[in-house]
Design a protein around this ligand. Structure first.
Ligand code: DC
Length: 216
């Protein structure tokens, strides 16, 4: 029997650093990388462009069904447009969290995510990678940090990009997003029963990457 392609699931709240850690783990192992949050961000952007409100579950799901999404090395394409930067905005993060509450939208994105499982392996980051999308993942990491540390990291990132940043607004936004991601009925943000908790308040990115690799 063929062995299934291994998946490493890295789930956790916004701004926990899971994207950076997951990408580096993938590079180290020569695995593919899935940024599942990018898919929800794309759906938020495409809905907005089509004049659909994020609360309209049916219309958003229909919109999601018709999207042509392509991941390049560093870029994300939506119907032949490079949306790499557009989907990274705070507004699209908020929109992603709103479209992600709809079960119909999550359903459309399920097979898309599962199809990214290709040899020699996949590192997938998101909220429900280890619980719903890849329940047979060989390693499930729940990567988190305190809200204050996450807000501080995002604040510093924005300053480094020469963008204006308001720490209190960022903190408030993270609290709202955490609450929505954790309390939704469909695939809420929760640690898998067989998950490993990685608390990164006092860890550098390199240390976090090493801890993931040590557990693999
Ligand atoms: O990881 P991120 O910040 O790019 O994710 C944006 C939003 O997308 C997040 O607030 C909730 C949603 N999301 C989700 O519901 N399930 C995933 N697997 C990934 C993201």
């Amino acid at each position: 029997m063929n062995k299934p392609v291994p998946v490493i699931a890295i789930d956790g709240p916004s701004a926990s650093g899971k994207g950076t850690v997951a990408q580096r783990v993938a590079t180290k192992l020569g695995f593919h990388y899935l940024d599942s949050g990018a898919l929800y961000r794309i759906v938020a952007l495409a809905s907005q462009q089509a004049g659909i409100v994020w609360t309209d579950a049916e219309a958003v799901a229909q919109c999601a069904k018709n999207l042509r999404i392509r991941f390049d090395e560093e870029q994300v394409w939506l119907n032949d447009a490079d949306v790499t930067n557009d989907i990274r905005s705070e507004a699209m993060g908020k929109g992603a969290s709103q479209v992600a509450v709809h079960p119909a939208v999550r359903k459309v994105l399920t097979s898309l995510q599962q199809n990214m499982r290709r040899a020699p392996g996949l590192v997938a980051d998101g909220r429900d990678m280890g619980t719903i999308i890849f329940p047979d993942a060989v390693l499930k990491i729940f990567l988190t940090a305190s809200t204050e540390v996450r807000a501080q990291r995002r604040y510093q990132q924005l300053l480094a990009k020469q963008q204006t940043a308001d720490y209190q607004a960022i903190l408030q936004d993270l609290l709202e997003r955490d609450a929505r991601d954790k309390n939704r009925a469909s695939a809420p943000l929760v640690m898998a029963e067989d998950g490993i908790l990685l608390e990164t308040d006092h860890l550098s990115i390199v240390e976090a990457v090493n801890q993931v690799l040590e557990n693999y």
